[in-house]
Design a protein around this ligand. Structure first.
Ligand code: C2E
Ligand code: CA
Ligand code: CA
Length: 741
């Protein structure tokens, strides 16, 4: 079977010649390899074997110049370590000037002394393998870029994400410039928003605002982007740049992609090449298309982020900054004022009884009113101060130390404005305002203290009867402690079956001094046994809504008392104060009716008192309410008349039975001619309208005499009786008759 040696060698050579591997034997020093034998398939590199055999070419001549040095080093190191069988890989320059990657398997032959005799090499083409390896490495790098971008998109800061997208893509492509452009609203122009520049490339953004016009600066681009979402510019293929676009930026080639924010076109991203000719391979473009999609994702996230920030920092209804913003700016303002050694002010604004409008007319009106007030504040003070909707119907004005001198003028202006109606959705609403004023910085007060103190001052203004302002001072801190304590005790007492509450009665007399009825007045016995005056807890109970159960308690007690008295004195009537908070309850009528029915009282013997101020706040609503109460048979008195803003025509419209002239008037008759005239005039007018008149606060004989002169119907005052417990009143009523009724 075995042939002779020569035949075997020929066969082996044949096999090698037809393989993709060149076989050769070289001798000589590194870098000057002389070829002793080489197979003719060296033609795969474009050379003839004769050129090598004749010595015209050595192997060193065809090794890629850059690879020759490193190859020699590698061979030296093998020799030094005594390795005679090894693989190397390097590039071979082909006869056409390109190169091919090869793997070279070498075996060194030595003589007995160890000197190199020759080296046998088998050289195989690795180009396609190396290329796919390069491709794999490139894919890996692309993957890395996309990973970095995705990671940036997960971070919260989208500005940073844009920077990372541009930077990573730019570095990866080794391109000149990456710019993101945003269209103007009508998509006729675009402006650079973010930019990344490679080393040595001038920045466009740093030269100022960079805006381009689609018609004149970059014609046709818009159509391309619209149709294809892509525009590739390659001036390498265009002999003369007929087209002016991009040339002024020195762009030789560019790939441009549309980017979107959700479904809306946002603008485009531009990858510029200014240094060398660049061909846009299809897979590079595919990668860039992915990058553009990620930019679009980032744009959507940015929009969401901005929406979240807007939502977090702005009040959606009024558009003013909100409470969070207030905290932030106040903190800043306190620091600034402290640094400048000056004072600023916080105005804490609360709309008096906003709830009436909101609940009485519906939230649309409430919302519109808030918007109206915010608009007013913005128009008047928006330029000089920072305004916030603090929450609900509360606004704050931050008067910085630069404007501090204006603070009280602003307060005055707001209060003056609030004396006039607000026009809202074709209606007029009266809604006065209470303002708490606090100065900062005080001691080492921070944001929390300033807000707390402003709130205390505002509450003080409410307590003063609303429609006013109070400037915070330290002393009121005690009041606030007092307030918290009172609040706790009020709640406890009401939960404990009105423990400590008692209804007192102040008899009312006719012009002859005979008792015709009484006013029920609540009293609260404190823990120490002292009586707490209603002035000290009614405003708080109203503020907390506790006046509703408390008022029902008074109504029930008064009705029971009245019913008992009526068995003996059928004309005796009792007046009960009703808070605006009670009137605002949707079920007020049914609740009142139910309570009164249970007591068995004659409805016509009960008078409900509403203060003039609260009637005027919402005259339409109160008129309807009064009509319904009338329908039940109850009588109605307008309390504290003269302190509010009602006009006489209002009075005529309202179904009132009694008008109670505020005690300020009778108390001033000796000193103030106006008050004196007021009492007489009102009495006459009321009589002409068929209303009864009660004068409150008669303390002296002279005041009583004036009442008789004016012919008022009833008189209430210490001159006759002070408020007293029920049993005392019973005693007064029936002293001449048998005891126990
Ligand atoms: P008001 O309805 O105007 O009640 C009359 C107040 O004037 C009572 O004060 C009474 O004690 C006081 N007064 C009567 N005659 C004189 C006088 O000759 N001189 C002076 N200086 N004062 C006189 P009081 O009992 O302290 O009540 C204060 C306010 O508290 C009441 O003013 C009323 O607005 C409110 N209030 C009292 N009880 C209730 C209640 O049950 N419900 C509601 N919602 N409010 C109540
Ligand atoms: Ca009253
Ligand atoms: Ca009164």
């Amino acid at each position: 079977m075995a042939g002779n040696l020569q035949d075997d060698a020929r066969i082996a050579l044949d096999i090698v010649e037809h393989s993709p591997s060149v076989a050769m034997r070289v001798s000589g020093d590194n870098g000057a390899w002389v070829i002793q034998f080489i197979t003719s398939n060296v033609s795969m590199f474009g050379y003839r074997r004769e050129d090598f055999l004749s010595g015209k070419l050595t192997w060193a001549d065809v090794v890629y110049p850059e690879d020759l040095g490193p190859l020699c080093d590698t061979l030296d190191s093998f020799a030094a370590r005594g390795i005679d069988d090894y693989n190397t890989s390097y590039r071979v320059v082909t006869s056409t000037g390109s190169y091919m990657w090869v793997q070279d398997h070498s075996t060194v032959a030595r003589d007995a002394a160890g000197n190199v005799l020759y080296t046998d090499c088998v050289i195989s083409d690795q180009t396609s393998m190396v290329q796919s390896q390069e491709k794999a490495e490139d894919n890996l790098r692309q993957q890395q870029v996309l990973n970095d971008i995705l990671q940036a998109l997960h971070a919260s800061d989208m500005d940073e994400a844009f920077r990372i997208i541009l930077d990573r893509t730019g570095v990866y492509l080794d391109i000149s410039r990456v710019i993101l452009f945003e269209d103007n609203p009508d998509h006729t122009q675009c402006s650079a928003i973010y930019e990344w520049c490679n080393q040595g490339i001038p920045s466009m953004l740093e030269q100022g605002e960079f805006t381009l016009d689609y018609k004149t600066d970059i014609p046709d681009i818009e159509a391309d982007l619209k149709n294809l979402g892509l525009r590739v510019v390659d001036y390498g293929d265009v002999p003369e740049r007929s087209n002016q676009e991009f040339t002024r930026e020195g762009v030789i080639a560019a790939a441009i992609f549309s980017v979107y924010q959700g479904s809306e076109r946002y603008g485009f991203i531009c990858f510029d090449e200014c240094v060398q000719h660049r061909r846009w391979e299809e897979d590079t473009l595919a990668f860039l298309r992915n990058v553009s999609k990620l930019v679009s994702t980032a744009l959507v996230r940015k929009k969401d982020e901005e929406a979240v920030i807007r939502m977090a920092y702005h009040d959606q209804l009024t558009g003013l900054a909100n409470g969070y913003r207030f905290d932030h700016y106040l903190g800043q303002a306190i620091e600034d004022a402290r640094a400048d050694g000056r004072y600023g002010y916080v105005l804490f604004i609360d709309m008096d009884d906003f709830k009436i409008i909101n609940e009485g007319y519906g939230h649309d009106y409430g919302d519109a009113l808030l918007v109206r007030v915010a608009q007013y504040l913005e128009e008047q003070f928006g330029e000089s101060c920072r305004l916030f909707r603090f929450g609900g119907d509360e606004f704050t004005v931050l008067v910085s130390h630069h404007q501090a001198g204006q603070a009280m003028n602003i307060v005055d202006a707001i209060l003056a404005r609030a004396q006039h109606p607000w026009f809202v959705m074709d209606r007029e609403f009266y809604c006065t305002i209470s303002i708490g004023v606090v100065r900062y910085p005080e001691a080492d007060d921070g944001v929390t203290e300033v807000i707390k103190n402003a709130d205390i001052a505002m509450y003080g203004a409410k307590n003063q009867g609303k429609n006013s302002f109070v400037v915070y001072n330290r002393r009121e801190d005690n009041d606030s402690l007092h307030r918290a304590e009172t609040e706790r005790r009020l709640r406890d007492a009401i939960e404990n079956g009105y423990a400590g509450f008692q209804v007192y009665y102040q008899p009312l007399v006719n012009i002859d001094g005979e008792i015709t009825g009484a006013e029920a007045l609540i009293r609260w016995q404190g823990e120490d046994g002292r009586m707490i005056s209603p002035g000290d807890f009614i405003p708080l109970a109203e503020y907390l809504g506790l006046i509703v159960p408390l008022g029902e308690f008074v109504l029930q007690q008064a009705a029971l008392t009245c019913q008992r008295i009526n068995t003996k004195l059928p004309n005796f009537s009792i007046s009960v104060n009703v808070s605006i908070r009670q009137f605002q309850q949707r079920d007020f009528l049914t609740r009142a009716e139910q309570i009164l029915r249970q007591t068995g009282v004659d409805f016509s013997r009960i008078v409900l008192e509403a203060t003039e101020g609260m009637v005027m706040e919402d005259i339409g609503y109160m008129k309807l309410m009064m009509e319904e109460l009338h329908a039940l048979g109850l009588r109605i008195a307008m309390d504290d008349f003269g302190t509010g803003y009602s006009s006489l025509s209002n009075m005529r419209e309202l179904p009132l039975d009694i008008v109670k002239i505020d005690r300020a008037f009778i108390q001033d008759i000796a000193t103030d001619a106006y008050s004196k005239t007021f009492v007489r005039l009102i009495t006459d007018l009321c009589h002409s309208m068929g209303r009864a008149v009660c004068v409150e606060g008669v303390e002296t004989a002279e005041q009583y005499r004036y009442c008789t002169e004016c012919q008022t119907d009833t008189i209430q005052g210490y001159y006759f009786y002070k408020p007293m417990p029920k049993d005392d009143m019973m005693a007064v009523l029936f002293e001449s008759e048998e005891k126990n009724v």
